[in-house]
Ligand binder design. Sequence first.
Ligand SMILES: [Zn+2]
Length: 404
Amino acid sequence: MTIDDAPREALRGGPRELLRWVATGAAVSRADLSRLSGLSPSTVSQRVEALINQGLLEEAGAGRSRGGRRPRQLAVPTGGAVVGAIDLGAHHARIGTLDLSGRVVQGRTLPVRIEDGPEAVLGTLLAEVAALAAAPGDPTAAGTASSATGSTTADGAAGALRGVGIGIPGPVQHATGRVVSPSRMPGWNGFDVAAFCADRVDVPVIVDNDANLMALGAHRMAHPELDHAVYIKAGTGIGSGVISSGRLHRGAQGSAGDISHCRVVADPAPLCSCGNAGCLEAVASGAALVTALRDQGVSVSDLTGVLRLIDDGDRHATALARKAGRAIGEILAVVVNFFNPQVVAIGGRLADCEPLLASMRATLYERCLPLATQTLLIERVATSQDIGITGAAHLVIDHVVSAS
Ligand SMILES: [Zn+2]
């Protein structure tokens, strides 16, 4: 082991990792956990007991014996405790309840108007999440969460809410849960989301920005085994989330990964909402593409319209998408050279735009050190409306486990 490996090694066999191994079916018994973690059976037993006492794990009958006493099987409770999740966008919010393994029990998409302000928007969404948690779960939506252990815990029972995770489409100061200078959220600047929500629900509320939620959700769903990853969320706005040593890296204040106001080479350099010119967001976000096309006299009302023009092979729209891809690639190349991730994945609505992806990828290879790109995976984030709420749920699960 090198010194650089130390932080990840120190986590090996921590309560979060034990829980994740059971949740993913990698382990079904204490013996499995001992083998995977390299920890002694007594240490594993101690940690498992603590997780059981917290209601985060349960015993689920006897497993197969390899001689001697049959081991007791472990499972993540699926019918009882749930976490609530809100993934807020400018026009829609995806809300849901998820079990403690991070699987969706119930999910709904609701229309929102972000400009109605935080009290109205969050008040409504919190009430909806509480109603979901109090309602009987849909067994079909819970998937096969318990299949690894054959557990048959009460699907359909109302869940006890253990916490709520919320994603905001703007910068969030992590320690306080406050929104700070968001671009397209009138009335939200300085709003204390965590305090507002804590007054309305009697469980921990964790607030983060939407790119971090996507990063955490995508990492846990697709590549939990990779330690270093960068996720770009490119939709109306543009941002990124960083996974370092297996964990979400927020930096000192929570702004790590916010690439929206990094400067790119653009001539002319369009003005950004932050007051500077040539920011990535002003060149390569969905909102920037809409503005640029309108400036060229093309009648287009939103990002959906832009994507349709690109699909139809419109010359102006395709050229702008390529330019946006180059700009994202330029910034990403700096990030990759600096951070050396194992995977870079792009999600959000622009991830389906082929000309943008192709030029982003080409720029990345052109501008990165060979050592940084030799084994680098460049992917799309899996298209799932539940990526954000999955990330929100893991924020809460990680918090609950840390506190146990
Ligand atoms: Zn800017």
